[in-house]
Design a protein around this ligand. Structure first.
Ligand code: SAH
Length: 345
């Protein structure tokens, strides 16, 4: 019984080594790699390969294209949300957002999530499994193909914790960055983490020029540990120290995400503490109006602009995230939740 190869998760370099073992010349790898980016879903469509090789590939390698389980398009701003059905029946979401600086796709990296943040829809039923690099790549490719919108930016801010699927996420980055593939520069990629400090240190070693977003959501341990269990063993101070190390190593300014929750993290003293803790570091705070999640009692704050002004007065660079796709549940995890409730997990 031979081993089935996840060929679309391979770099062309790895593919050519593997093809060599099958007695094929190395340039076949480039041909196959290019076909992937044309959006083919079977080896049969790769018409510049011999029939024998196509047959061989169908027997030894796996292609797992997702299908569109649901699609919602915002009438307000053209945002499109996809619920993809993966080959094993699990579902994940991606969102296409149209910005002046280019089309951005937000992708998922796990089926579910095990981080347990209190405000997040993706984590309610826990983590089912990690995605493969091919499954992450396919979200970008098929969003592009289905929508007809060329994607120039990627954000890893969908379902799952990217640093909890570290090696695969790195492989995905190599693939989308590859000149023979989508050729998306690292500066056009953002990776969002709930703050796994050891993994942030590990990521720093690679010196990638992507943007690291850290989901902070509270400046004090009591609040942060209450809404983000990941904080319990670490604490805000150690997280921010890790972030400073990350900046020193990569030279890349960190973006701190802060979802504004009514009566939880939106008090003046929390703005002051946040400003104090971030002062002197190269940071940017992104305030996010909380998206309400049906299963959660947490409500959006009404103090976003007061909080913003208070931070700015203390010298912190702040932006407030513009809400896109407000009419289509565009916050990640919600579409999958709805589908799960309809169909059962
Ligand atoms: N696991 C990663 C990436 C996925 S979540 C992380 O924690 O960063 C992407 C961003 O959306 C995070 O900043 C997350 O905290 C935020 N988020 C999750 N649920 C939200 C909600 N209901 N409203 C607003 N932001 C939310």
């Amino acid at each position: 019984m031979s081993f089935i190869i996840d060929i679309k998760s391979m770099t062309p370099e790895e593919m050519s080594v593997w093809l060599k073992e099958l007695g094929e010349p190395p340039f076949r790898a480039k041909q196959i790699f290019k076909w992937f980016y044309q959006g083919v879903t079977s080896f049969e469509e790769m018409t510049n390969l011999s029939k024998a090789l196509r047959q061989r590939l169908s027997e030894t390698a796996l292609l797992t294209p997702p299908t569109v389980a649901r699609k919602q398009e915002s009438r307000q701003d053209g945002t499109i949300k996809y619920l993809w059905r993966l080959a094993d029946g699990n579902c994940v979401e991606s969102v296409l957002m149209r910005y002046q600086h280019g089309n951005t796709v937000c992708i998922s990296c796990q089926v579910g999530c095990r981080m347990g943040c209190a405000f997040c829809a993706s984590t309610i039923a826990g983590k089912v499994r990690d995605l493969t690099a091919a499954e992450m790549l396919d979200q970008v490719l098929f969003t592009q193909i289905d929508s007809g919108a060329p994607v120039s930016n990627i954000v890893l801010m969908g379902i799952g914790e990217p640093l909890d699927n570290f090696d695969t996420v790195l492989r995905f980055l190599t693939l989308v960055n590859h000149p023979e593939g989508l050729n998306i520069g690292m500066r056009h990629i953002s990776l969002s983490t709930c703050g796994l400090t050891e993994k942030i240190d590990k990521l720093a070693q690679y010196g990638l020029q992507l943007t690291l977003s850290v989901s902070l959501h509270a400046p004090d341990d009591e609040t942060r540990s209450q809404i983000m269990p990941v904080n319990r063993g670490v604490g805000v101070e150690k997280l921010l120290e890790t972030c400073r190390r990350y900046f020193n190593r990569t030279g890349r300014r960190i973006s701190y995400e802060y979802a504004m929750i009514d009566g939880v993290n939106d008090a003046d003293w929390q703005a002051d503490l946040l400003a104090r803790r971030l002062r002197g570091t190269s940071a940017h705070v992104n305030l996010i109006p909380l998206n309400e999640v049906e299963e959660s009692p947490l409500k959006p704050s009404r103090r976003v602009s007061a909080f913003q002004k208070r931070l700015e007065r203390q010298g912190i660079t702040v932006t407030v995230r513009r809400r896109l796709g407000g009419d289509i549940d565009a916050s990640c995890g919600q579409l999958r939740r709805k589908a799960m409730k309809r169909e059962g997990p």
